[in-house]
Write a protein that binds this ligand. Structure first.
Ligand code: ADP
Length: 500
């Protein structure tokens, strides 16, 4: 049974010999071993055939009348389509065979007639294997070339974007935090020369608070791949503090894990925003104060009695005016604190009376809301600005009461842990979604857009609290379970030098 019907041929061989008997013999020998053989008696026909369909290997008789083997081989090697096909010469014993010429014109080997089956097969096998390996290598090579070209193109694009991007960009080693590269915009923004930043540690260039934001960004980018727009304060070389938004992605550069930091300088935008807010607030405060005075006068009855409907409208007007003046005061408070116009004046004092005072201040509101206020005794002496910490505590108690249903409780506790004091305001209220636990400390951030209307808040309280606590070198954060309640934690050092 012929193997051709079942298996694909081992290889396609083109045999050229002017003696048909030789060809028949060769063809039979090779076909039996599973090769596909095309037999041709003339050199010119063989060249045409090889160009039309390239064989895997050519067996070529040296001595032929019209065009001898050397000439056929030369022509095959001169054409791109046939150049790489291995050619094995066949010479008869007793023929004048110039081996050197055979190799010079491009032959890879030769065999002699009469054929020895094993020898022909062994040589064929060797050269087909070499040819196959060569083809494989060429394919791998061209794939590699293509990959390199694609990578280079991608790198070129990245390098161009890096260079020309108007945003400051910095790349630092992930592990060590060492700055590897920064772009021109980074140098312009920071005022540093390239030699002053490369190979420095990020911690040496960023401020302490910016370094903390950087680490927070690394942590988040690690878990979610990237992070966008974290605000930080960056000290330039000349000492100017710039407000930047940091976006980060973890990348690999030359086999090293790195952080790619894209910054957005919003200093000017922030300045204009703050200026606008404070200007509007100042302009609003005077007329609002006199409006409230007028409304109070109306409410006192000194100008006559109002109808029930009039009283009702007056109450709404007073409530809204008070909310507006609270908002204006909060904005100005925050602005003054941020610009350092309000100094923190710490004094060493006992914490307990401050906690009692905070609870007493909020007692009336708690009773009205039917929320129980609890205070656990605490024996701690601490260095703090009591007015400002009282403001923080009343704000947090106010929130706790506001967001807790009647019948619920708000508890104030404090305990000393080594050189720090931890104050906790815990409520049994509606709770805060996990993704809002951090953002509520930013200006005008509320869990629900209707909170300011329905609860009378301004969305500035927690931003002010955080500012006060940080000015005491402390930390403030929230934890919560939806529907169960929230806890606000303040951790303060017992002794410290305040930053004004
Ligand atoms: P507001 O004046 O609106 O209370 P804050 O900055 O104090 O402003 O609080 C921001 C937002 O955080 C609130 O509007 C509310 O959505 C949420 N929040 C604050 N404290 C609590 C709390 N104890 N329980 C539930 N939500 C709270």
């Amino acid at each position: 049974m012929s193997r051709e019907r079942n298996c694909p041929p081992k290889a396609d061989i083109l045999a050229i010999d002017d003696t048909p008997e030789n060809l028949a013999l060769l063809s039979q020998m090779l076909t039996e071993k599973g090769y596909k053989v095309r037999s041709v008696t003339k050199g010119s026909t063989a060249i045409r055939g090889a160009k039309a369909v390239a064989p895997d290997l050519i067996l070529l008789d040296v001595k032929m009348p019209e065009m001898n083997g050397y000439e056929v081989c030369q022509q095959l090697k001169a054409d791109d389509r046939t150049r790489d096909i291995p050619v094995i010469f066949i010479s008869a014993l007793g023929d004048v065979f110039d081996k050197v010429k055979a190799f010079q014109v491009g032959g890879v080997d030769y065999i002699t007639k009469p054929f020895q089956v094993e020898e022909v097969l062994a040589r064929l096998d060797t050269h087909l294997t070499i040819r196959n390996l060569q083809l494989k290598l060429e394919a791998q090579n061209s794939q590699l070339q293509q990959e390199i070209a694609e990578k280079t193109a991608a790198e070129d694009k990245f390098a161009k974007a890096f260079r020309t991007c108007p945003n400051p960009i910095a790349i630092a080693a992930y592990e060590s935090g060492q700055l590897l590269e920064v772009n021109q915009s980074f140098l312009q923004m920071s005022g540093y020369a390239i030699s002053e930043v490369t190979n420095k540690n990020i911690g040496q260039i960023y401020s302490k608070s910016a370094w903390a934001v950087y680490q927070q960004a690394v942590h988040k980018s690690d878990s979610q791949g990237f992070i966008h727009n974290l605000e930080l304060e960056f000290p330039t070389k000349s000492g100017q503090i710039k407000t930047l938004l940091l976006s980060m992605e973890i990348i690999e550069l030359g086999g090293t894990k790195c952080t790619l930091q894209i910054l957005n300088d919003i200093t000017e935008r922030k300045r204009l925003e703050n200026e606008f807010i404070s200007l509007v607030s100042h302009e609003l405060r005077t007329p609002m104060t006199s409006t409230i005075g007028a409304l109070d006068l109306l409410n006192s009855g000194q100008l006559g009695t109002l109808s029930d409907r009039g009283q009702q409208i007056l109450r709404v007007a007073i409530r809204n005016s008070e909310r507006l003046i609270r908002l204006v005061n909060d904005i100005l408070d925050l602005e003054r604190m941020k610009s350092g116009k309000i100094a923190i004046q710490p004094m060493f004092c006992s914490l307990e009376p401050l906690l009692v005072q905070a609870v007493e201040t909020m007692q009336a509101m708690a009773e009205k809301a039917q929320v129980k206020l609890l205070l656990e005794p605490c024996d701690a002496n601490i260095n703090l600005d009591s007015d400002r910490i009282l403001q923080t505590l009343t704000n947090l108690l106010n929130n706790g009461i506001k967001f807790t249903e009647p019948g619920g409780t708000v508890k104030l506790t404090a305990k000393v842990q080594r050189d720090r004091c931890q104050i906790v305001i815990q409520d049994t209220g509606r709770g805060i979604p996990a993704d809002k636990l951090e953002s509520i400390f930013e200006r005008f951030q509320q869990v629900d857009a209707s909170d300011s209307r329905s609860k009378g808040g301004t969305g500035l309280g927690l931003a002010i609290c955080r500012h006060i606590v940080e000015r005491h070198h402390g930390k403030i954060w929230a934890a919560s379970e939806l529907g169960t309640g929230s806890s606000f934690y303040i951790s303060l050092p017992l002794q410290h030098q305040t930053r004004n």
